[in-house]
Design a protein around this ligand. Structure first.
Ligand SMILES: Nc1ncnc2c1ncn2[C@@H]1O[C@H](COP(=O)(O)OP(=O)(O)OP(=O)(O)O)[C@@H](O)[C@H]1O
Length: 297
């Protein structure tokens, strides 16, 4: 069996003068959990729409499990969280789930869907009586109905509160533990860090970096050294060995450095400080570095 779930090759989609997706190459292995990151307008939704067969590329190819995306969707191999178009407001969650199951050849049992989506207690509630987070979970239940091998989710946790997010990621974890593949876009970088085993960063319709979260973080350049300055000048911190940037947040100074050992040793010889911490750079820093306009990697 081919171990590729999604393959995009030289994909381009233009809207007038805008190249929403611009020669995108991307391969997603079966069984992986991939986070798609990128600033507003990077082309995430456009790429996802093409993967779901909802939009067509101007050039290049997209295949899902080796076939055209729309065909894979029709066969129940792909699940997604649709917006509410076509939902009957007076229907209950259970009714919508039953309806969705009827569309597919090998659906999951209704109780399992409701359990995974955290909706067992709310199954008989009408769609028009749901909170934003509950409606999002109902969309998730809909996505799971066909027991798809691949879930493609565009900002799945956008309307969820902290508890709903935790429950959602626990469900995704159960799902991927069974060997399923998940691609999700998010603006919550910690979600990519915590839940994806691979991160793909898009900017201006292209992949600017991809790899495990730790590898993407490393692209930001090492570590941060932070401390409260007790004695000595702020000026000159940027000249310490390894330091790439200096931020001051009230009393706290945060240095981004390529060589934290050398930075700390030099710092100790010149200034007094308290509460020293050395941390790995956050994914946020890598993201900003990678997607800064005009930056080529
Ligand atoms: N139907 C459309 N008509 C015209 N322009 C579009 C259309 N869809 C997308 N675009 C443009 O294509 C670019 C990519 O948009 P897309 O929605 O794919 O980005 P995104 O990464 O999902 O952004 P966001 O994080 O804001 O959701 C943007 O410049 C957007 O304005």
């Amino acid at each position: 069996m081919d171990d590729t779930a999604v393959r995009l090759t030289g994909l381009t989609r233009r809207f007038g003068p805008v190249r929403a997706v611009d020669g995108l190459d991307l391969t997603i292995a079966r069984g992986s959990t991939v986070a798609l990151l990128g600033p507003n307008g990077a082309g995430k939704t456009t790429a996802i729409s093409i993967m779901l067969g909802l939009d067509a590329a101007d050039s290049g190819t997209a295949t899902v499990f080796g076939r055209p995306p729309a065909e894979a969707v029709r066969a129940g191999q792909v699940g997604t969280m649709l917006q509410d178009a076509g939902w009957v407001p007076s229907a209950t969650i259970r009714e919508v789930v039953e309806l969705a199951r009827a569309l597919y050849p090998h659906p999951l049992p209704t109780d399992r869907i409701l359990d995974l989506a955290g909706l067992t207690e709310r199954a008989d509630r009408r769609l028009d009586k749901l909170s934003g987070g509950e409606a999002q979970r109902a969309r998730f239940a809909f996505a799971l109905a066909g027991n798809p091998d691949l879930l493609v989710l565009d900002e799945p946790t956008a309307a969820m509160d902290v508890a709903a997010r935790q429950a959602f990621w626990a469900a995704i974890h159960q799902y991927t533990a069974e060997g399923h593949t998940v691609l999700f876009s998010t603006h919550h970088l910690h979600e990519a860090d915590e839940f994806a085993d691979r991160v793909v960063v898009l900017a201006a319709g292209r992949v600017v970096a991809e790899g495990p979260p730790a590898q993407i973080r490393a692209l930001a350049g090492g570590r941060t050294v932070s401390f409260d300055l007790a004695d000595g000048p702020i000026e000159g911190l940027d000249a310490l060995p390894g330091v790439r940037s200096v931020q001051v947040r009230g009393q706290r100074v945060v240095l981004t450095t390529e060589d934290s050992d050398a930075t700390v040793l030099a710092l100790a010889g010149t200034r007094g400080f308290r509460g020293l911490e050395v941390n790995a750079a956050a994914l946020e820093a890598a993201f900003l570095t990678l997607t800064a306009p005009g930056t080529e990697h």
